[in-house]
Ligand binder design. Structure first.
Ligand SMILES: *Cc1c(COP(=O)(O)O)cnc(C)c1O
Length: 411
């Protein structure tokens, strides 16, 4: 079956089955085609493959069967379209930009993007005459006001990280269509199991496969999925020529990750919801940011647009950096790392890590306080995650005044 034949199936089925092509050996599991090049039956076939007048493998920078299976499976999961797999999530976003932008073009992007994505726009693409305006994710008037005649691309991440703001995808598509610009959605946080931007009419979906698609913290990879074949051809040309390619081994690991994606995304969401509700009741916690909570300003939108609320929970504690760090340092099981989307629960202090290079003013604008902690909720038992957090939180709750006098930083 080709990837399009899987369109009538549920995501859980697509995640296990779509894209597989068995070799003559009849292997049950996907095989790894660890080969850099491919041989041809004769000189005529070699010429036809190079000229692209006949389909077939040439060279693993741009044609590898294991990578192709991953591409077809991910495209099926996103609800159709055409996928280019890349060496990393950043490689995916760069491939997209090289494919659709040229010098003099303008991009509008949401302000709370992944840090390296911001740097890609401001430090690298800016060198080539591509200008980016950043606006608040949910400020639709801000996006409209930022439009220029040279605007080519709207780029957003929803929900945002770490505060889980949610973009109104239908409204963003309407804006993009009305002005003839492309809309790209970074779907890392939800994955196609929880959100399919193509259902709303988005043109492009980008992924860091490093996060939930692998889901077990093993490999770096990424992907761009385009709804339209012409756009795909532009992406493929960049991949073929510039070479930010995914390795067959990593593609195979991601295929194994995808098989459990649906199970994992609902399990992450279930744990995260329960953890967010528990955090809300803790006396040391001031505010919990999780779109599953009815207190979240975008709860209704997230409930309409997503099948569940995802695995990222952020919260503020009484005090500031000192208290936040003490909660992090009191954990014994949680992993202190900025990575996310793993079976292992991770904990991080955004203001001094992922958002550490922002100016105080930028951090204030983005609402990233010194008192903020972000959890990527894993698949351990909820009680054990809670117990690990309770140790530090109970201490903060027991000594609020003593510690509040000493806190360093803004919060
Ligand atoms: C991690 C991440 C990226 C970049 O992916 P890499 O695989 O690390 O290059 C892009 N966007 C989001 C939302 C991410 O979390």
């Amino acid at each position: 079956m080709s990837s399009s034949d899987w369109s009538g199936f549920d995501v859980a089925t697509q995640a296990v089955r779509a894209g597989q092509v068995r070799s003559a050996e009849g292997e049950h599991n996907d095989s790894i085609f660890a080969t850099s090049s491919f041989v041809f039956r004769d000189a005529r076939e070699a010429a036809a493959r190079f000229a692209e007048t006949e389909p077939g493998n040439v060279y693993s920078r741009f044609t590898n069967p294991t990578v192709r299976t991953f591409e077809q499976r991910l495209a099926a999961l996103e609800g159709g379209g055409y996928c280019v797999a890349t060496a990393s999530g950043m490689g995916a976003i760069l491939t997209l930009c090289l494919a659709v932008l040229r010098s003099g073009d303008h991009v509008i992007a949401s302000r709370d993007l992944f840090g390296s994505t911001v740097s890609l726009f401001t430090k690298i693409l800016a060198k080539f005459g591509i200008d980016t305006t950043f606006v608040a994710l949910s400020d639709i008037d801000g996006w409209r006001d930022a439009l220029q005649p040279q605007t080519k691309l709207l780029f957003l991440e929803s929900p945002s990280n770490p505060l889980s703001e949610v973009a109104d995808l239908a409204a963003m598509v309407e804006l993009a269509r009305a002005h003839g610009v492309l809309l790209a959605v970074d779907n890392v946080m939800c994955t196609p199991v929880l959100q399919r931007p193509f259902e709303y009419g988005a043109d492009i979906v980008v992924h860091s496969a490093t996060k939930y698609l692998d889901g077990q913290g093993r490999c770096i990879g990424g992907a761009v999925v385009a709804r339209d074949e012409e756009l795909y051809n532009q992406l493929f040309t960049v991949l073929r020529t510039a070479g930010p390619s995914m390795s067959p081994f990593n593609a195979w690991v991601f295929l194994k990750g995808l098989e459990t994606l649906s199970l994992r995304m609902y399990a992450h969401s279930h744990n995260a919801m329960a953890l967010a509700e528990w955090l809300q009741t803790h006396p040391a916690v001031i505010h919990v940011y999780y779109p599953g909570l009815s207190s979240h300003p975008h709860h209704d939108l997230a409930a309409r647009q997503q099948r569940a609320f995802g695995g990222i929970v952020s919260f503020t504690v009484q005090g500031g950096r000192r208290q936040a760090w003490s909660v992090i340092d009191a954990t014994r099981m949680l992993s202190i790392t900025a990575n996310l989307g793993d079976t292992k629960t991770t904990i991080t202090h955004p203001a001094s890590t992922t958002h550490g290079r922002l100016t105080d003013e930028q951090r204030r604008a983005a609402d990233i306080g010194e008192d903020l902690i972000r959890i990527s909720v894993g698949l351990e038992a909820l009680e054990d995650i809670q117990a690990d957090l309770a140790r530090g939180l109970d201490e903060v709750a027991a000594a609020p005044l003593k510690t509040a006098h000493n806190y360093a930083g803004g919060g």
